[in-house]
Design a protein around this ligand. Structure first.
Ligand code: NDP
Length: 447
């Protein structure tokens, strides 16, 4: 580990005690920034990365609400406004019991690099609450969203901070949040993305993250003369990102052989396609956090309780569930089974050890900040459509998304290609993402 990274991490650990996910994200990026600092000492003198890892603003607030039994519940809400050097803060809201300052700071930092890579004018933020929507009625979800917005509305706006969905926040929640914002501010603006099509949403937004991941994987394969058609793909999760990935992989002729939930994973050698994708969406929206019923509904599928899909032989692995769901042991079995590509659909699903092992074995490995940027990119396109009061067609949005993913790949390739020919996509994404924000911060002075 370079001295710069060691010293930085010592102070990050001291100043942010217990924030392990945040430490992990800073350490991964710092290794790439050390290379930039060596070449361009002016960034180090201006303490650009040291400033980037300190959020511009953190808002923490009480979210009181009443459940259907009349009992008062209290959750904690957050918005981390991380960086506004290249545009208004932009990033999702997550409603999940695991939400805390550490996980949101890690996600907001990743978002800084991701949004920069899209080449759109998007700053970075992330927010949410430690609220568990599982098993809650529609009315409870609505009351919670309204209470959350009763505080958040003070800090957001179409030119200030534009939140979107993430885990636990989909179209329904965005609707309730938008409705409350509109009531409080008495204005109809593009303050949130992921909106319904009838009131300012963009076509393809729900599928965009998954579609973008697949476009990125396709670009990586091309660098080795390979293509997606005919490949066996292990996918984890069965939420929004996994859904988009499954749709696009099927369209491009690849076979999805696994899906997973917190209860385990299913293996479907016939491929998760057609109506089976509908089964997955139905299971997801049923509010039960289990994938097992997929195997009961489809005779060719088998369920493996408490296990992860990475033990199955596959050509490509696309983790789409949650952070740190693919560890060094999982990486070892993928390598042993001759997997050629691991493309992160979720944010930081691979542990640092796993990433190092995959790169050492020279697999194609793409970090989420590059590969899953399609979601925020189409959110950026939604903002443009709102500003112009226009709606683009499905084909237009999809083709812009594809171009953006190809451009992100090109940036990662440019900054990640080593003399040996191996492409280090982690370095490529970190350096490419860093430079744009760093240059803007240099131009804007010490603020
Ligand atoms: P969802 O909540 O729709 O899906 C997450 C999926 O993972 C669910 O199926 C969930 O099951 C499952 N899951 C949760 N924990 C585990 C576990 N331990 N093992 C296996 N599966 C698990 O979220 P998204 O699909 O929207 O997001 C997934 C990831 O992608 C997150 O890291 C998110 O930050 C990232 N991402 C999402 C974007 C988007 O546009 N939605 C954009 C960029 C990144 P269950 O709900 O039953 O727990």
């Amino acid at each position: 580990m370079p001295d710069y990274v060691k010293e930085l991490m010592a102070s990050v650990r001291q100043n942010n005690p217990g924030e392990v996910e945040f430490h992990q994200a800073v350490e991964e990026i710092a290794a790439s920034v050390a290379l930039v600092y060596e070449q361009y000492p002016e960034y180090q003198a201006a303490k650009i990365f040291e400033r980037m890892i300190e959020p511009e603003r953190v808002i923490m607030f009480r979210v009181p609400w009443m459940d259907d039994q009349g009992e008062i519940r209290i959750n904690r809400g957050f918005r981390v406004e991380m960086n506004s050097a290249i545009g208004p803060y932009k990033g999702g809201l997550r409603f999940h019991p695991s939400v805390n300052l550490s996980s949101l700071k890690f996600l907001a930092l990743e978002q800084t690099f991701k949004n920069s890579l899209t080449h759109l004018p998007l700053g970075a933020g992330k927010g949410g609450a430690d609220f568990n929507p599982k098993g809650r009625s529609d009315h409870e979800i609505m009351r919670f969203c309204q209470s959350f917005m009763n505080e958040l509305y003070r800090y957001i706006g179409p030119n200030t901070d534009v939140p979107a969905g993430d885990i636990g926040v989909g179209g329904r929640e965005i609707g309730y949040l938008f409705g409350q914002y509109k009531k409080l501010k008495n204005e109809f603006t593009g303050v949130l993305t992921g909106k319904g099509l009838e009131w300012g949403g963009s076509l393809i937004r729900p599928e965009a993250t998954g579609f973008g991941v697949v476009y990125f994987a396709g670009e990586m394969l091309k660098t080795r003369g390979e293509q997606l058609k005919g490949k066996r793909v292990a996918v984890s999760g069965f939420g929004n990102v996994a859904w988009g990935v499954a749709l696009k992989l099927n369209e491009l002729g690849a076979k999805v052989i696994t899906l997973s939930g917190p209860d385990g994973y299913i293996l479907d050698e016939d491929g998760v396609s057609g109506d089976k994708i509908t089964t997955m969406v139905r299971l997801r929206s049923s509010n039960n956090d289990v994938i097992a019923p997929y195997a009961e509904a489809h005779s060719g599928a088998r369920f493996f309780a408490g296990k992860r899909p990475w033990e199955q032989p596959c050509d490509i692995a696309i983790p789409c569930a949650i952070q740190n769901e693919l560890n060094a042991d999982d990486a070892a079995s993928l390598i042993e089974n001759k997997c050629i590509c691991v493309c992160e659909g979720a944010n930081m699903p691979c542990t640092l050890d796993a990433v190092h092992a995959l790169q050492k074995a020279e697999l194609l490995f793409a970090p989420g900040k590059a590969a899953n940027a399609g979601g925020v990119a189409v959110s950026g396109l939604e903002m443009s459509q709102n500003a112009m009061k226009m709606n683009w067609s499905r084909e237009e949005v999809d083709s812009r998304l594809k171009e953006i993913m190809q451009a992100i790949h090109a940036t990662c390739f440019k900054y990640g290609k080593q003399d040996s020919g191996f492409v280090d996509y982690v370095n490529g994404a970190n350096i490419g993402g860093f430079l744009k924000v760093a240059n803007a911060m240099m131009d804007q002075g010490v603020v």
